[in-house]
Structure formats: structure tokens, C-alpha cells
Design a protein around this ligand. Structure first.
Ligand SMILES: C[S@@+](CC[C@H](N)C(=O)[O-])C[C@H]1O[C@@H](n2cnc3c(N)ncnc32)[C@H](O)[C@@H]1O
Length: 216
């Protein structure tokens, strides 16, 4: 299905994005939306396949949002979540309690020697224009412990997708959803050895992710 009138289509997309952005800016509504579209299966695969954690591993989750991934991590890993959006940070702190290491800090604010076996960037890069995304990638790369990895998960629009999938990217609050080609170019400009894997069919809605792994 295509828009009969592209101008009307763009107006509708903008309106939908505006309508969604207030409630989804709150932790509970964000997590509820994620669960509704099938986040659990995605997180399970992400944790078991992409993170493959061992007891004692340190995990840094940059832009952790309400920290939904924390509930999916195996026991024995040490988790630190960084989140600049106060309502998400407060929601995560309410849910996981004072023992959870959740901070309203930037990567650069961490102690200089703080490194992690896994550094996560889940759904963050598409909120940032290229210069900021590159700066964040570099900062995260520098936080990998020896043998560690930066693991990113991003929406990944590919050609020939249906109208519903295209609309899901279009109404995303992240204004910099990149095509597969653009995302590969962005990442390889700072890390030429990056591994890429396309994940399809993980949600109850048509959606494609790109998993990016950058081993140290
Ligand atoms: C789509 S949400 C993803 C939240 C969480 N990672 C998840 O997968 O559910 C994007 C998050 O990135 C955060 N964010 C945006 N810019 C950021 C930056 N420069 N550094 C760290 N986090 C950022 C936002 O506050 C938001 O919580």
C-alpha cells in the first residue's frame, strides 16, 4: 500500500509521532509498548546469542531506558545502566530498587579505568545525528575490557518492506533511523572489523533489526 497523497502521508506520520512521544517518554508506557510488540523474545535472543555472558561479566548499558534488559540477564553478571532521560531513569530505579547500578551519567563521566566485558547500545544510535553517534561509538569502544565487545541493536529499514514496517520506522521518535547501508558505513568508519547480522521476525509486528558486534 502506498500513500495516495505523499503530503498527507507525511503529515499523518508527524502527527502519529507527536501523539506517541508523550506517553512513550514515560518508563511504564515505553516498557508496556515494548512488551506488547514482543520484546521478551527479542531480549531473550539478544541476551543468550548476542551477549553470551559468563558469571562475573560486567555489562554497561548505555541509554538503558527503563532497563528492561536487566530483567533478562542471567544471575551473577554486574550491570551498570546509564540513562539521560530522567523519567526512564526514575522508572528503572523504581522497578529494580536501590541495589541496581543505574545512573543519570554519560559514558565520559565514568571513572577513566572503568571497563566492561559487554557494552550495550540498544536502540540509541538512531536518536543521534552522525557526529554524535560517532562520538558515542568511540566512547563506548574505549570502555571494552580486553576480549570484551560493544553490541548494538538498531532498527534496519531494508528495501521492499511493506507499508506497516515503513511506518514503524517513520513514526519512531529517533529521527536518524538509518538504512542498512548507512548504518554499516557509520559503524565501519570507526570500527572496520565490525560484524553485522540482520534479525527479522523477532517481533509481533513486521520489523527488522541490525545487530552490530565490535569485539576488542
Ligand atoms: C529507544 S530508547 C532505548 C532504551 C533501551 N536501550 C531499550 O532498548 O529499551 C533510546 C534511549 O537512548 C537514550 N539516549 C539518547 N541519546 C543518548 C546519548 N547521547 N547517550 C546515552 N543515551 C542516549 C534515550 O534517553 C533513550 O532512553
Amino acid at each position: 500500500m502506498s500513500d495516495a497523497n505523499p503530503t498527507e502521508g507525511a503529515t499523518l506520520t508527524r502527527a502519529l509521532r507527536r501523539i506517541m512521544s508523550a506517553p512513550v517518554g514515560r518508563a511504564r508506557a515505553y516498557s508496556l509498548l515494548q512488551r506488547t510488540v514482543g520484546q521478551e523474545r527479542l531480549l531473550q535472543r539478544f541476551v543468550t546469542e548476542a551477549l553470551a555472558l559468563r558469571p562475573g561479566d560486567r555489562v554497561l548499558d548505555v541509554g538503558c531506558g527503563p532497563a528492561d534488559v536487566l530483567a533478562a540477564l542471567p544471575a551473577g553478571v554486574r550491570y551498570t545502566g546509564l540513562e539521560p532521560h530522567p523519567p526512564y531513569l526514575a522508572g528503572a530505579q523504581r522497578r529494580f530498587g536501590p541495589a541496581a547500578d543505574l545512573r543519570g551519567a554519560r559514558v565520559e563521566d565514568l571513572p577513566a579505568d572503568a571497563v566492561f566485558e559487554r557494552v550495550l547500545l540498544m536502540g540509541v544510535l538512531h536518536h543521534l545525528p552522525d557526529p554524535e553517534a560517532l562520538a558515542l561509538l568511540r566512547a563506548c569502544l574505549g570502555r571494552r575490557a580486553p576480549g570484551g565487545a560493544l553490541v548494538a541493536l538498531e532498527p534496519c529499514p531494508r528495501p521492499g518492506r511493506g507499508w506497516v514496517e515503513q511506518q514503524l520506522y517513520a513514526i519512531d521518535r529517533g529521527r536518524f533511523v538509518r538504512s542498512e547501508e548507512a548504518l554499516r558505513a557509520l559503524v565501519t568508519s570507526v570500527a572496520p572489523q565490525a560484524d553485522f547480522d540482520v534479525w527479522e521476525g523477532m517481533l509481533r509486528v513486521p520489523y527488522t533489526y541490525m545487530l552490530v558486534s565490535l569485539r576488542r
